[in-house]
Design a protein around this ligand. Sequence first.
Ligand code: SF4
Ligand code: SF4
Ligand code: SF4
Ligand code: FES
Length: 931
Amino acid sequence: MLQIYQPEQDHGTRAVTAERSVSLTVDGLSVDVPTGSSVMRAARLAGIKVPKLCATDTLEATGSCRICLVEIAGRKGYPASCTTPVEEGMQVLTQTPTLAKLRRGVMELYISDHPLDCLTCPTNGDCELQDTAGEVGLREVRYDDEGANHLQAEKDTSNPYFTFDPSKCIVCSRCVHACEETQGTFALTIDNRGFDSKVSVGGGEFFDSDCVSCGACVSACPTAALTENSIIEQGTPEHSVVTTCAYCGVGCGFRAELRGNTVVRMSPWKEGRANEGHACVKGRFAFGYANHPDRITTPMVRDRIDQPWREVSWDEAVTFAASRFRDIQEQYGRNSIGAISSSRCTNEEVYLVQKLVRAGFGNNNIDTCARVCHSPTGFGLKQTMGESAGTQTFDSVDEADVIVVIGANPTEAHPVFGSRLKKRLRQGAGLIVIDPRRIELIDAPHIHADFHLPVNPGANVAVLNAMAHVIVTSGLHDEGFIEQRCETVAFTEWLKFITSVENSPEHLADASGVDPQELRQAARLYATAENGAIYYGLGVTEHSQGSTGVMAIANLAMLTGNVGRIGVGVNPLRGQNNVQGSCDMGSFPHELPGYRHISNAETRSLFESEWGIKLDSEPGLRIPNMFDAAVEGQFRGLYCQGEDVAQSDPNTQHVEHALGSLDCLVVQDLFLNETAKFAHVFLPGASFLEKDGTFTNAERRISRVRRVMPPLSGKADWEATIAFADALGCPMDYNHPAEVMEEIARLTPTFEGVNYALLDELGSLQWPCNNDAPEGTPIMHVDEFVRGKGYFAITEYVPTDERVNRRFPLLLTTGRILSQYNVGAQTRRTDNSAWHAEDVLEIHAHDAEERGIKNGDRVSITSRMGRTELHAAISERVRPGVVYTTFHHPDSRANVVTTDLSDWATNCPEYKVTAVEIRKVQERSQIRGRG
Ligand code: SF4
Ligand code: SF4
Ligand code: SF4
Ligand code: FES
C-alpha cells in the first residue's frame, strides 16, 4: 500500500446519508446525490472541483470565504456552493466569466495580505491557498505590501510539534471549527472583527492554553499558518503508507507520510473507521521514539546479570537462549519455562509466541499483559453474554441517549473516542460518571454531567448493584427483553438477590460513598433512556472484584434491554493498542485462540493436527503464578516480549525478586527497560512502523499494520520469534504475517473469513467474520446472545481486604494522562514529556493542609508494601480521603506501593486501591499546579 504522496481527497463538505436522493445538473452533467448534500459536494461527485477555502469535508460549512460561488438557474445572485443544499432539478453552473471575475477579486484580497514566499514556504506544493490561486487564475495582485497588513505578525513556536505563523493566516476559521467540532476542546477563537480579526489561543500561546495538541486544527488549516514542525524541518512527504496507531485501544488509522524511510508526518486517515480523520497528541505526533538513540538494535547476551552485555549476532543470541531454555527444562522439567506476550505486538506476533510456548516449550505457560488490565472483561463478558469482547462500534455512541462512564477517563486515555463522546454529549445525551475522581468529562466545554457518583475506590460493585436494585424495585426493567433473551432461572435467582435490602442504595451508602438519592436518580435516568450505553475501563477491572464489576455492568445492560442494537451496549475501553487482539490470539494459559478452553479435546485436536504435536491439556501458569514459582525456584526461564513487568506489575519488590531468581530471562523490546536489568538475552524489538501485521481495537476491529520502514535490527518481532523457535527445534515456516493470519483463520471460527486481501478491500473489519458475517459484525448479540440466553450472575459486593486505618488513612488510586502512554517507554522519548515530565500525586487541599503539604512539595507515599516519593499537586479533582497518581515514569516507582491483591477470577491486580499515608519530605521542587 505504498503510495506516491497525494493529499487525501477533500469533497468540500460532509457526506450526507439519506434514504432519498436528488437529481440535478452541474455544468450540464447529471448527478444524483443524497438529500441534504451541498451543491459543492454534488459538483465533486460529478467530477467538478469548485474552488474553495473555508470549506472542508471534515467540518460543517460556514460559507465565509466567498470563493466557492456558483450560479443556479432561476436564482438571483451567486450563492456559496458549500452552504447551499441541492434541490431536485437544480441547474448549477460553476464556471462562468462572472464567477471567475468574482473569485479572482476575492482571491486577490487574500493574497494581498499574504507573504509571497511560496518557494521557501514549508508547505509549498501542499497548500490549498496556492492551489486555489491557480484554480481561479489569479495572475497578478494590484495591491502592494505598503498598506496595512499582517505580514510581520509574530510566530507562536511554543508547541513542540507545530508552529502557528499568523502572517500566513487567512482567518478562514477552519482551525477554530476543528477544535470545537472534531476535538471538543474549544481552545481557539477568532478575536476582533474585519481587518483586525485574528486566531487567538485564549490570548496567550498554544503551549499554555487549553490546547491538547490533537493536531485537528493543523490538519484543517488550508495554508502554512498551522504547520507540523516535522514538515518545516524535513520537507513535505513524497510517499505514504496507511497503517494503525500503536498506542491506545481506539486503533486510529493513519497515513504514515515519508521522505525516503523517514516519517515526516502521521496524518489521521479519514477512512479510518475508528477515528474518521481525527487523532490525539500521541498517535499524531509522538512517533519520534522509533528513531530514538536509546533504541537497541543489536542482540545482546550475558551469562549473569551482574556482567556487562555482549553484542552478538541474531543466530548467537537465539542459540544461547534456546540452549539455556532446554537445559532448564532438562533439569527442572517441562513446566519450568514460559512466556509473556505483549498487547503492543501484532495479532500475528502474539499468536506465534503462544504457539512457541504450546508447541515448542510443550506447556501452556503463556500469559499476557492483559492479565493486569482487562482479563476481568474477558471473563465477565464471556460468563454473562458468551463473548469476551465489547458489543458495539465506536460510532454507536452517536445514537446513545444516556451514557454511563464508569472507571474510565476517555478524554485522557482514549482521546479520539473521548472527542466523539463529547460531541454526542454536546448534542444533548445524558451523562452519568461513576468515578472516585472528577474526570474532565464532568465539566467540559458545553458539557455538564447529569450525575457524578464519586464512588469510593473499590466499591464499584456496590454502586452497580444499588443501581440495579433501584431499577428493579421501581419496575423500570425491560421484562420483555429479559423473558425473551435471558435465562429465566438465573434471572429469578438474581432477582431475589438484587431486591434484598442489602443492595439498596441506602444500605450501601457508607461502603460506596455515594449519596443514595443521587444514585436513585442516576439509575432511573439510565433505565428510562431510549438507548443507554455503558463505557468502562481499568477503573472497573483492576480491582479484587474486577470480574464481578464487569458482570454487574452486563447485568445492568441486560436488565434494561440495552444490548443488541446501535446506541447501547457494554463497551470496555481497552488500554493498549492490541489488548483485544492479544486475548483473542490465545495468550491466556487456559485458552487457545478464540477463547476455547485448553481442556477441550476437540479444539486441541484441531491445533495438534495443524502443528503436528501433542498439546498439554492442563492450563499453564498465570503471570503472578510464574513470579511465585520463580521465587520458589520451580520456574526458571522466561521469554518476555514487549512488556516491562518490572515497572508495570504490582508489588515491584516481589516482581524483581522473581526476575532475579531466573536462570534465563529473554527480553525482547525497543529499549533496555527495567525488566532488562534482570535479563540474560536481549532481543531488539521492532516498532509498529517496522512490521506488517494486524491490531484489533476495543471495537473488535481488525486493522492492518503496514511496514513503513525496514526494521532497525534487521528483524521484525515475528521474525525474531520464528528464529527463537527454530533454535529450539520447533521450526515455523512463514514468509509473511499474512500466512500467519491464514493459519489463525483456519483454526479460529470467529476469524474464519479474515485475510489481508479482505482487510485491504474493506479498510478494517470487526470479528466475528465468517460465512454468516462475511464483512464482519459491527454489533454483537443482535438476536440472541453468543451463549444463547443472557446470564444474570449474582454479583455480591465484597469489600476489598485493602482497608484504610489510622496508619494508612488515605486511598491511593491510579490512572493515565493524555500525553503519556502506559509505562512511558515510548512517550517519554518524545516531546510529549513537555506536558508531563514526572508523575505527581494529586491530593485534596483538606488532606494536604492537615499534613502541612503545599503544591509542589516533595511527599512520601507509604503503603503496607513499600514507600516511594513524588511531588504533590493540590487538586479539586480528588476528594478528601483519596489521592491519585499516574505511573508513566520508572522513577515514580508507583508499583512499589501497590499491593498484590488481585481479582478473584483472573488475578488482575488491584492497582486502583491502596491504603497509604502521605507525608511531606524535605526538598521542594517547582512543578506546575494542576487543577
Ligand atoms: S490558522 Fe489556518 S485554519 Fe486557522 S484561520 Fe488561519 S488559515 Fe484558517
Ligand atoms: S491542536 Fe487540537 S486542541 Fe489544540 S488548538 Fe488545535 S484543534 Fe484545538
Ligand atoms: S486515540 Fe489512541 S489510537 Fe488514536 S491516535 Fe490517540 S493514542 Fe493513537
Ligand atoms: S468555501 Fe464556500 S464560502 Fe468558503
